[in-house]
Design a protein around this ligand. Structure first.
Ligand code: 6AU
Length: 249
């Protein structure tokens, strides 16, 4: 049986500059962990980034849930931490509109995502050209969702994968299923303690994600930022993720 590709092997086939950076950080830090920083204040965000920074390849934000967002107070120190600990900033905006609107949402308004994000998530529901606006950033396409009753059935995922594979701005996909090797796979819905959250979220283990899905990166939110010791739990997920990756090789 064919084995999954290593991060080193993926460096040869994933050309996008952001894919290259993520893979290099993964190899360097022996980590495939992305922490989802779903907190609502700048202080919590920066404290979390400081604690988990050494253990992650990227910090995933929902920047629009912050109560006190401020470019200077939020983004500047966040960028400093990203440099200090060598991780990328992934804004989970899940753009889902026509190209012109996404272009505006990407560069204007309060958050000016294009000025600081290394990578963004985007739905592909609006078609190939809707993704043209994301220049100078890496796009991770939403191919399949983790929530109960999601509309991302096999047919949708197949069509979404075609767009992701063919668009030069897209280097990866979020999914709960395997995707082609040319795309990096990001898997959220990872938790070592819970099976769900009572709000539709469905959880699997890192072991499942690497062995069954051959994922490249696991995304963990509440499993880490809600734990008593975020630093310690980030380290546990990092080790669990790396062991699961090595076990799947
Ligand atoms: O670990 P959790 O459940 O606390 O957080 C999971 C994070 C959240 C979701 O917005 C996000 O992952 N997510 C995504 C992403 C990353 O795009 C897709 C999906 O299908 N499920 C999911 O939970 O920030």
């Amino acid at each position: 049986e064919e084995k999954r590709l290593s991060y080193e092997a993926k460096l040869d086939i994933c050309d996008h500059s952001v894919a290259q950076k993520l893979l290099q950080i993964a190899i360097e830090k022996k980590s495939n962990l992305i922490v989802s920083a779903d907190v609502t204040s700048t202080q919590e965000l920066l404290e979390l980034a400081e604690k988990v920074g050494p253990h992650i390849v990227a910090l995933k934000t929902h920047i629009d849930i912050l109560m006190d967002f401020d470019s200077d107070e939020t983004i500047l120190p966040l960028k400093d931490l990203a440099t200090k600990y060598n991780f990328l900033l992934m804004e989970d905006r899940k753009f889902a509109d026509i190209g012109n609107t996404q272009e505006l949402q990407f560069s204007y308004g309060t958050y000016k995502i294009s000025q600081w994000a290394d990578l963004v998530t985007a739905q592909v529901i609006a078609g190939y050209e809707s993704l043209d606006c994301f220049r100078n950033v890496g796009v991770v396409a939403i191919i399949g969702m983790s929530s109960n009753g999601t509309l991302t059935d096999a047919n949708y995922r197949e069509e979404a994968t075609k767009i992701a594979l063919s668009h030069p701005n897209v280097f990866g996909g979020v999914s709960q299923n395997k995707i082609p090797n040319e795309l990096l796979l990001f898997t959220p819905g990872i938790n070592l303690a819970d099976a769900g959250d009572g709000k539709g979220q469905q959880y699997n283990t890192p072991e499942h994600a690497f062995t069954q899905l051959e994922t490249d990166f696991i995304i963990v939110g509440r499993g880490i930022y809600r734990s008593d010791d975020a630093e310690k739990s980030a380290l546990s997920y990092k080790i669990a993720g790396w062991n699961a990756y090595e076990g799947s090789l």
